[in-house]
Design a protein around this ligand. Structure first.
Ligand code: NDP
Length: 445
């Protein structure tokens, strides 16, 4: 990190004690900004970095709810509204027991730069609750979502703050959240949430967008190296929304995904993952990957070990933060991996990123590579505002163009700041510049 930035980072750590994920995300961005500030010293004078490290607003609230047996539970809800200089706060809600302020702030901080890279009119925010939806009935999920929205609704609005899904929040939860918002406010305000059902304001391709967009980004990374996806062996961690659709798009483009995982283990299927079966088990039946292995003779399940031990040319971490470590990166580089792109947010540890880059493996950071989800959310907002709905083909084409644009932006910024091919530096520099310039133009905000 540039020595001028070190005191800023030290101050972030001091002011936000115990928020290790947030520190990690800030350190990663600040690590790239030395050459940018050297070229644009006015951005430092205006304290743009210090401002970006402090959310505009942080909301914490109690979420009481009752389970099917009548027992009362108390959860904690969060919404961190990080930056609105480019548009309304935009970013998903995560329901997972690991959710705390540090996790929500890391996600919100990343979201600001990611949204800037899409070049869409969206600011950055993130939220969620330390609620574990696993094993809960539909009624319990509905009651929790209603209680959560009973507080959150007053902070939302199509021009103010527009949440979407993330881990533990999919179409079912967005439905319950939207229904309750409508009931409280007496407004059918489509643009207040994205990821809605396609019969009531949701955009086609939003469900697929993060995974599909990730693969479009990988195609560009490979093109820059004179390669294609055709015939390439891939490993994808996770078996949720992002992972399933990344696997689907890799297969449509001629690649072969031989492994995926969930929180209980890894499935290795050398003949290629059967994506229809995977969807049925994980998205419809909400069961475990052990069921996949039971129904698919070519697949083997194991509950321990790292998925990254399985040799591949392309690795797509799509599960959770800090799931790909330095030793995994070493194993990937040794097995002939040529590209790693983050479908999840911050799945690769700083050490893993360093190992991959030093080994010459192309590395696509999440804020660029997984921006397709939020970009398609912005397309959903656009359709809601004009009371229109676009075809699947048209929307997917827009998504592909956006991902190509993000790749181009990152590659050009990396080149400009003296590190050709370094997408981490490129994404951080380009995202930062767009937000910082808007911030200065809007005065002391
Ligand atoms: P889901 O809840 O749909 O899926 C998460 C998946 O990851 C589940 O299959 C879960 O397993 C698995 N998982 C969780 N922890 C681990 C672990 N330690 N090891 C292996 N697998 C694990 O979430 P999403 O697919 O929506 O999100 C995944 C990632 O992508 C997150 O980092 C999210 O922030 C990011 N992202 C999501 C976007 C979106 O549009 N949804 C947009 C941009 C980024 P199990 O089934 O057992 O719970």
């Amino acid at each position: 990190m540039d020595e001028k930035l070190e005191p800023i980072f030290a101050e972030v750590v001091r002011r936000n004690p115990g928020e290790s994920e947030f520190h990690q995300a800030v350190e990663e961005v600040l690590g790239s900004l030395g050459p940018v500030l050297a070229k644009h010293p006015e951005l430092a004078r205006h304290k743009t970095i210090e401002r970006m490290c402090e959310p505009e607003r942080q909301i914490l609230f109690r979420v009481p709810w009752q389970d099917d047996r009548g027992e009362v539970h108390i959860q904690r809800g969060f919404r961190v509204e990080f930056s609105s200089v480019l548009g309304p706060y935009k970013g998903g809600l995560r329901f997972h027991p690991s959710v705390g302020l540090g996790v929500v702030k890391f996600l919100g901080f990343e979201q600001v730069f990611k949204n800037a890279l899409t070049r869409m009119p969206i600011g950055g925010g993130k939220g969620g609750a330390d609620f574990d939806p696993k094993g809960r009935s539909d009624d319990e999920i509905m009651r929790f979502c209603q209680s959560f929205m009973t507080e959150l609704y007053r902070h939302l609005g199509e021009h103010t703050d527009v949440p979407a899904g993330d881990i533990g929040v999919g179409g079912r939860e967005i439905g319950y959240l939207f229904g309750h918002y409508k009931r409280i406010t007496n407004r059918f305000e489509s643009g207040v949430l994205t990821g809605k059902g396609t019969d009531w304001g949701g955009a086609l391709v939003r469900t697929e967008a993060t995974g599909y967009g990730l693969v479009f980004f990988v195609v560009e990374m490979l093109r820059a190296r004179g390669r294609t996806l055709d015939g390439a062996t891939c490993v994808v961690s996770g078996a949720g929304n992002v992972a399933i659709h990344a696997i689907e798009k890799v297969q449509q483009l001629g690649g072969r995904v031989v492994a995926c995982s969930d929180s209980q283990g890894v499935v290795h299927d050398p003949e290629g993952i059967d994506v229809a079966l995977l969807k049925q088990i994980k998205a419809v039946e909400r069961r475990r990957l052990t069921d996949y292995a039971e129904r698919r003779p070519s697949a083997r399940h194991r509950s321990g070990g790292s998925i990254w031990e399985i040799p591949c040319e392309i690795a797509l971490p799509c599960a959770a933060q800090n799931e790909l470590h330095g030793r995994d990166a070493t194993a990937l580089a040794r097995s002939g991996c040529i590209a790693v792109a983050e479908g999840a947010n911050m799945p690769a540890t700083p050490e893993a990123v360093r190992v991959l880059q030093e080994a010459g493996v192309a590395f696509g950071p999440g804020k660029a590579a997984n921006a397709g989800g939020v970009a398609t959310s912005a397309l959903e907002m656009q359709q809601n505002a004009s009371r229109d709905s676009w075809s699947f083909e048209h929307t997917e084409q827009r998504l592909e163009e956006i991902m190509r644009g993000i790749h181009e932006t990152c590659a050009a910024a990396a080149e400009e700041y003296g590190a050709p091919g370094d997408y981490v530096l490129g994404a951080n520099a380009a995202g930062f510049l767009r937000v910082a310039r808007a911030m200065i133009a809007q005065g002391l905000v």
